[in-house]
Design a protein around this ligand. Structure first.
Ligand code: ATP
Length: 912
């Protein structure tokens, strides 16, 4: 299919007003709603299928590919060739049923993943019918007027109409990592993509400034669609775990084929019946394939994603689910994650006054208080600058938008009778220097009669360094080093109370183009309160118990950070705090130093990136939070990049593995818990499934080698694999996890899902299951059972033994009767269902004939139940032994080797 044509391939060279006219739209009012539908009809939706959702057809076809299907098909053909029509048809039917089950489960998983993704769908701010509206980005059409700010992802190709201090990161398209300046004037028609300063392209991000633009291309017609035409952030939705498991099933399949051929050859060489040997080979081939493995894994991961979403953590990449459980350190920011981000102005400090504000005052008290602020002209001047140098807005009443700190400043101003809009009428905004996280300041420039007034606010040390004088009412004092030190000490005292401190300064000039951060006059300090979140202290305690270190990495002042750290119980009085500028030096001194630091303050985004790398180099699995545009590199680098859903920018979201819908720290801890539960569940059902399959291989293999009658027939094995294996395995995958899962250290990141220990227990369990089959067979033969009855007994013994074996999947440290397996209601349901599905067939003649089963008498049932219970007894004894002899973890679900031996975390870091 050809991409739809660009509306105007030379939009970058056209004047904005000409382009608007050719697109039949007014920049001031935008498109009329009635215009949208016809354009959408003509140009299609604004999507480039960045993440391709698998179509049902593709999923169905996918089911018939792969080693498992080939082996089953081979077995069926072999059966037909030897005249075993009934068997061949059943294997073929099983193949189809298996594919259908796989298809339905994967379809369901794909749908739920799709639904989750649409929860996080991108939006765009557009002007339509003269009003500003937020719409899903995919509904944009050519001609729409889009508004954007720093941090926004560009939703379509835009020709700029207005641009203020605008720069964009176009690395996705051009590979150029330096942000490019943008403006609204036409550029040369021949300009290459990277030189088209008048355009913004879909998939790129605004790093600085703000503006508006008209949509000139959507969907596949955009540069992004044209260049890639397919998949940009190609995430096929398959996690490494799923890939690993699919490979494992295939490898097991081929290995079995080899074993089957070998055993059949040995049998034939010994002069065995060729038909019987072929039958045994078929039985072996179907026995070894854990048909349900990849399906159950997909389901477990998809269910995990849902459960996390319910707990406010949206997983952007499936692989994050696995990594989460192994997290060893969380680098968290402070504002909004550890604190409420509900700010109120508490103090105004000027050269001659220090006014405390009681924000809870109401009615007459509030009016009186506000009047008091105004009576102090110095405080009034200070607050006025804070209101002018502000990006937030208050739409009257309680509705506010923008940075909560700036909103708090506007609210304080309003109470003192200062309305930003009214102030701006007398001093219109001439220029804005957006907040710069490396300078830690922002500035606005306002036109007045005689020239321009500059309004500056920012971190005290930054503003003080830029001040040459201090305003004390109408008097101007020189700012010398002593005065600067006194002001800094004042700021420190406020920060010591956990307050966030800002300094405000001003200057007047005849031009608006002067450096805003030089030769300033200080007006004073404003201290704001941002209470610590009440739910953070328990979450910090959970982390400590779980062996996960929590380190605060904040842009705020060291003293404020420490005070908040103490308030949430994260650090003691003597916490080691390192300032951002010392980060590089600290890293250079080596890892022991890093492991003592609990807070990093005044950290820039570049320093965040250095920190992530340093902790990773020391073997940690790092989860890192971030919200700003500049945080994207650190988020990408972290093992788990965590973006904030409420206050985060699109760019940060796109770089992250997980988005917190409520921005709260406890949600990270809950997600980590969930990650551990999922990893444990996956390991549990894999150990379960593989031990069951291996027992079937061993039973058939030994029978052939020892020239015994087959204890299981091919169709019986298929029945086992489709019934007794899949339902309990599925139920194990749904488990809620142990209550104490956060009381243990994280698993070693290097630990594979199936390590040597897991393989050992798989073999031991399989041996126990096989032993009970031969035991039952021997007793049956001693009782003089005929061939049909004997095979019925051995088959049912193994089938029931596999059911009870599910209880061996509990953790060794858990209690015998009440544990995470016995508490799993799904498992009881699965066992009840499977019991019926096993106990009934021998008495239903048609099914009994197909499965070669004979009705059982009381004696036969006694053998079946007696022997089937043995692996459970042996398994529980093994668990008891492993617990008594120093292993604190389960064979099926051992978390880490380090943990087996001791309870402390290694890696050079202490636990919590
Ligand atoms: P955290 O990183 O934990 O969220 P933070 O919000 O304080 O903390 P930054 O946003 O990097 O981190 O801000 C650093 C400092 O810059 C703040 O402590 C404050 O002094 C100053 N600052 C923040 N926002 C503004 C703003 N809009 N205008 C002026 N100064 C600001």
């Amino acid at each position: 299919m050809d991409a739809p044509r660009n509306v105007n391939a030379y939009a970058h060279a056209a004047r904005a007003d000409e382009l608007l006219a050719s697109l039949r739209v007014s920049g001031a009012t935008g498109l009329a709603e009635s215009e949208v539908a016809p354009r959408r009809e003509r140009y299609g939706p604004n999507t480039v299928a960045a993440r391709r959702d698998a179509s049902p057809m593709r999923l169905l076809v996918h089911q018939f590919k792969g080693a498992v299907v080939y082996i089953l098909a081979g077995a069926a053909s072999l059966a037909f060739y030897f005249g075993e029509t009934e068997e061949g048809s059943v294997i073929a039917a099983v193949l189809v049923i298996n594919a259908l089950i796989g298809f339905l489960t994967e379809l369901k998983a794909a749908r739920s993943i799709h639904a989750l993704r649409s929860l996080g769908a991108r939006t765009a701010r557009v002007r339509r019918d003269g009003r500003i509206r937020v719409i899903p980005a995919q509904d944009l059409v050519p001609g729409d007027i889009v508004l954007f700010d720093a941090g926004d992802a560009i939703p379509a190709d835009l020709r700029l109409i207005e641009a203020t201090g605008l720069a964009a990161d176009e690395s996705t398209l051009t590979g150029e990592s330096v942000a490019v300046e943008k403006q609204s004037h036409p550029v040369n028609a021949e300009a290459r993509l990277g030189e088209r300063a008048s355009m913004l392209y879909k998939g790129t991000g605004v790093t600085r400034g703000s503006g508006s633009g008209v949509v000139v291309a959507t969907g596949l017609a955009t540069e992004l669609g044209r260049v890639t035409r397919l998949v940009l952030d190609a995430d096929p939705g398959i996690s490494p775990l799923e890939r690993h498991l699919a490979r494992l099933s295939a490898q097991l399949g081929w290995a079995t084929l080899a074993v089957a051929a070998m055993i059949a050859a040995i049998g034939l060489a010994r002069g065995g019946d060729p038909l019987l040997m072929v039958e045994a080979a078929i039985a072996l081939a179907v026995a070894a394939i854990p048909e349900g493995l990849p399906i159950v894994a997909t389901l477990a991961l998809a269910r995990g994603m849902w459960r996390m979403a319910r707990r406010h953590a949206l997983i952007e990449r499936l692989s994050a689910v696995e990594t989460l459980g192994a997290t060893t350190i969380i680098l968290t920011d402070k504002t909004g994650t550890l604190t409420e981000n509900r700010m109120t102005v508490r103090r105004l400090c000027t050269a001659a006054s220090d006014i405390a504000l009681d924000s809870d005052a109401a009615g007459a008290a509030a009016v009186e208080q506000a009047a008091a602020w105004i009576r102090d002209p110095r405080a009034g001047a200070l607050l006025r600058i804070a209101v002018l140098c502000n990006d937030a807005s208050l739409d009257g009443g309680d509705r506010a938008s923008g940075d909560p700190m700036e909103v708090a400043l506007l609210r304080a101003g309003l109470r003192a009778g200062m309305n930003r809009a009214a102030l701006l009428q007398g001093r219109p905004l001439a220029m804005k220097h957006a907040f710069d996280s490396s300078k830690k300041m922002m500035a606005t420039v306002h036109a007045t009669d005689g020239g321009f007034v500059y309004a500056i606010k920012g971190a005290p040390e930054a503003v003080l360094a830029a001040c040459a004088q201090v305003m004390d009412g109408d008097v101007t004092l020189r700012m010398d080093n002593r005065a600067r030190a006194e002001w800094l000490a004042r700021a420190d005292r406020l920060a010591g109370q956990g307050l966030r401190v800002l300094a405000c300064a001003t200057k007047v000039d005849t031009t608006q183009d002067r450096d805003p951060y030089a030769a300033l006059s200080l007006l004073g300090l404003i201290a704001l309160e941002d209470p610590a979140r009440a739910d953070v202290p328990p979450a910090i305690r959970d982390c400590r118990q779980a062996g996960i270190r929590v380190v605060m990495v904040t842009g705020d002042h060291a003293v404020t950070a420490r005070s908040i750290g103490q308030a949430i119980g994260m650090v003691g009085e003597h916490a080691v705090v390192v300032e951002g500028r010392d980060v590089a030096r600290t890293i250079a001194t080596g890892h022991p130093a890093l492991s003592d630091i609990e807070i990093y303050a005044r950290v820039s985004p570049e320093e965040k990136l250095l920190l992530v790398k340093a902790y990773q180099a020391s073997g940690q699995i790092v989860a890192m939070t971030g919200d700003g545009v500049n945080d994207a590199p650190a988020l990408r680098q972290a093992d788990i990049g965590v973006a904030m859903g409420l206050r985060g920018t699109d760019v940060a979201r796109e770089a992250a593995d997980m988005v917190l819908l409520d921005d709260a720290f406890p949600s990270i801890v809950r997600a980590i818990r969930e990650g551990r539960v999922i990893f444990g569940n996956i390991r549990r059902f894999i150990v379960y499934l593989l031990s069951c399959n291996l027992s079937e291989v061993m039973a058939v293999g030994f029978a052939v080698l020892w020239a015994l009658p087959l204890p299981l027939l091919p169709l019986q094995i298929l029945y086992l694999n489709l019934v007794t294996d899949v339902f309990p395995a599925f139920a194990l995958a749904m488990g809620e996890g142990e209550p104490g899962i956060l009381r243990r250290p994280p698993r070693s990141p290097k630990e594979p899902i199936l390590g040597r220990r897991q393989w050992t227990v798989i073999v031991l369990y399989a041996a126990a299951l096989t032993g009970c089959v031969f035991g039952a067979m021997a007793v049956g033969q001693a009782m003089g059972l005929d061939a049909a009855r004997s095979v019925t007994v051995s088959f049912l013994t193994l089938a029931f033994a596999q059911l009870w074996h599910a209880f061996n999947m509990r953790a060794a440290r858990s209690r015998l009767l009440v544990n995470e397996v016995t508490r799993n209601a799904w498992l009881w349901g699965a066992l009840a269902l499977c019991t019926v599905l096993l106990a009934v067939p021998p008495y239903v003649p048609a099914v009994a004939a197909l499965l070669h089963l004979a009705p059982l008498g009381a004696g036969m049932w006694t053998i079946v139940l007696g022997f089937s219970i043995l692996p459970l007894v042996l398994g529980q004894a093994g668990l008891w032994l492993s617990r008594s002899f120093g292993r604190s973890c389960t064979p099926a679900e051992c978390k880490s080797t380090a943990e087996c031996k001791s309870s402390s975390r290694t890696n050079g870091f202490r636990a919590g």
